[in-house]
Design a protein around this ligand. Sequence first.
Ligand code: IMP
Ligand code: MG
Length: 179
Amino acid sequence: MKETTILDKRFREMIPGEIINRRIDDMAEQINRDYAGKDVVFLGILNGAFLFAAELFKRVNLKARISFVKLASYEGTKSSGSVKELIGWNEDIKGMPVIVIEDIVDTGHTLELIVGELKVRKVANIKIATLLYKPKAYTKKIPLDYVGFEIPNDFVVGFGLDYDGYGRNLPSVYTLIKQ
Ligand code: IMP
Ligand code: MG
């Protein structure tokens, strides 16, 4: 079992990088099929989704643009539940099909806010692609269209996800070892 320390905590490898990359191949293939012939905008949610967004986007063979917005709702290992920041939105997305790219959907607060903003901007339709999904934590009704992995309601890091800013560069997803 691969383990690693980040700051004061121990983490154990949960999803190896090779498995993640293979899953992203499948997700991109499905998106390429679903959007064949369409012009589409991908919208990555910073910071966590930057790595997944890059890996997914380089596998997309559509006429596509990508843009990023930033929202922060997390401090340490517990969701604060309130979203604090929103920056970005320099892309003209009115009337466009949009695929939101998330690293993880936890409570869904972040997602709900993003989807609300997209509706105000009168996009053609919205689909959600997320690398990780915690079904036990999800409190919203927004359907998730492309889900990489469903995971337990535990704190994870790696592949873009952080613990107090660290661990984003781990090529696998690691889960917190509870003491
Ligand atoms: P939500 O708004 O509760 O769905 O949380 C979404 C955001 O919280 C994600 O985009 C992540 O940045 C962060 N987050 C949620 N769960 C975790 C986790 O287990 N590890 C690291 N970040 C997380
Ligand atoms: Mg995030």
